[in-house]
Design a protein around this ligand. Structure first.
Ligand code: UD1
Ligand code: MG
Length: 458
């Protein structure tokens, strides 16, 4: 089949009123990626080399977004929404280029898996002219019904045009179709709009093709993979299904999730075998984890690279550019941004490391802050190999702590510290014998005098 060329036409012109959003429906995200981008990924995974995106509502925003998530896609604007067949025809220029297979997909059906598309393409390769992807929703109301005779599909009837008898059919149109490129335009151009909604229905090509004795069949996909998104409740439902699939894949690839239902992945999370993820962990986009890491509970991680055998959290926040090398440790209530934590370095408690390098084996004490920002610009802190930063120190960037540098706790470090030097950035301690007792007595007698005076007033 791989030698058959394939164009995917993705319909995404609709407004999506029920999302109640200023943003086009198909740009709402699942796992941090617009739903229409999930559809593009599935099309590509099923072998589509051509991508035609039919846009309409929010066309400018759609074009801008498409340039990011599908730079190879051509966009076609459907000026008036006159129905799904009319929408496919908007991509006429792409279709007429002569692909073997044309996959018609919906931008609001983000969980469609490549397998369902591959099965449909296989039926085209076997000689079918039209392959409709069907499914059996728990409640078929609102879907087009698949009308079959002798194993062939003869028609798809939209709910509004169904007889009472036809409404009882549970096998429904998921919306997606594979059409032989040789017939596609001829079939589409024959579609009229004499129906309850006065629209040009893509589904009519089934009847048209079977009347021409072309081979028309239905395949069956799971309900989940055909789920269409119309409102935010369905968006959340799709997110939940996506997350469930991803957790399952992660576990089968060797990742331990102690409470899988509480771990949230991004569309691009890479996570190696023998990583253990404790409950309540969030992965934003751009996270790569090698093998054997431990991600403790309640950590929030995005744009971070985590090498082998690192230890993160609990309650760690790794922001974009956090780059943890082998066996590095970032502990509780620490935030790391745009910083390399080199091999075996430890950032254990209540610390902010931003725009910095922490050298191999360095130890960052509790409450250390890299003061990287003056309200206008960001500055770099360089901490050498094996350095020791005492607790509650502020490192005012730009500043360098040399290899083996030793910072006394509570220091405010404003000047660079050479290798192996000890730096105190605080006032020296003064101890006065007996002064504590004297102060206590003085304060006690003052308080007693005040109380007595207040009593005399009454
Ligand atoms: C469609 C199918 C129905 C199927 C259901 C599955 C048709 C006629 N009906 O109905 O059989 O059971 O999907 O969810 O195909 N679009 C455009 N331009 C248009 C019209 C639609 O781009 O002029 C896009 C929409 O943005 C959407 C997709 O096509 O992504 C489907 O349109 P929609 O109006 O949701 O069709 P349904 O009534 O759900
Ligand atoms: Mg729909």
């Amino acid at each position: 089949m791989s030698q058959r060329s394939c164009l995917s036409v993705i319909l995404a012109a609709g407004e999506g009123t029920r999302m109640k959003s200023a943003q086009p429906k198909v740009l709402h995200q699942i796992a941090g990626l617009p739903m229409v981008a999930h559809v593009v990924k599935a099309a590509e995974a099923a072998g589509a080399s051509g991508l035609a995106l039919v846009i309409g509502h929010g066309a400018d925003e759609m074009r801008k977004a498409a340039a990011r998530f599908a730079p190879k896609a051509e966009t076609f604007e459907q000026e008036k929404r006159l129905g799904t067949a009319h929408a496919v025809i908007a991509a006429r220029a792409a279709i007429s280029r002569g692909y073997d297979d044309v996959l018609v997909m919906f931008g609001d059906t983000p969980l469609i898996d490549a397998d369902a598309l591959t099965v449909a393409r296989r039926r085209l390769a076997e000689g079918a002219a039209v392959v409709v992807i069907g499914f059996r929703p728990p409640n078929p109301a609102g879907y087009g019904r698949l009308i079959e005779r002798d194993g062939k599909l003869t028609a798809i009837r939209e709910e509004k045009d169904c007889s009472e008898e036809e409404k009882k059919i549970g096998f429904c149109n998921a919306g997606m179709m594979a059409v032989a490129g040789a017939h596609a335009l001829k079939l589409l151009d024959a579609v009229g709009n004499e129906n309850a909604k006065g629209e040009y229905y893509l589904t009519d090509i089934v009847e048209i093709a079977s009347a021409q004795n072309l081979d028309v069949v239905a395949t069956e996909a799971s309900f989940e993979s055909a789920l269409g998104i119309n409102n935010r409740a369905e968006l959340a439902q799709a997110e939940a299904i996506w997350q469930q699939r991803r957790r399952h894949d992660a576990m089968l690839s060797g990742v331990t999730l102690i409470a899988p239902e509480t771990v949230f992945f991004s569309h691009d999370t890479e996570i190696g075998a023998d990583t253990i993820v404790e409950p309540n962990v969030w992965f934003g986009p751009g996270v790569r984890i090698a093998s054997g890491a431990k991600i403790h509970a309640f950590s929030h991680i995005e744009g971070a690279t985590i090498a082998s055998n690192c230890d993160v959290g609990p309650f760690a926040r790794l922001r974009p550019g956090a780059d943890l090398r082998n066996k590095a440790k970032v502990g509780n209530f620490c935030e790391v941004k745009q910083a390399v934590i080199e091999d075996g370095a430890k950032v254990n408690h209540l610390t902010y490391i931003g725009d910095a390098r922490v050298g191999a084996g360095a130890n960052i004490g509790a409450g250390t802050i890299t003061c990287n920002y003056d309200g206008y610009s960001k500055f770099f802190t360089d901490i050498g190999e094996g350095a020791f930063i005492g607790s509650n120190s502020s490192l005012v960037a730009p500043v360098t702590i040399g290899n083996g540098g030793y910072i006394a706790s509570g220091s405010v470090i404003t000047e660079s510290v050479p290798d192996d030097a000890l730096a105190f950035g605080r006032a020296r301690q003064k101890t006065i014998p007996g002064k504590g007792k004297e102060l206590r007595e003085r304060f006690a007698s003052a308080a007693a005098a005040k109380k007595k005076a207040a009593g005399a007033d009454h």
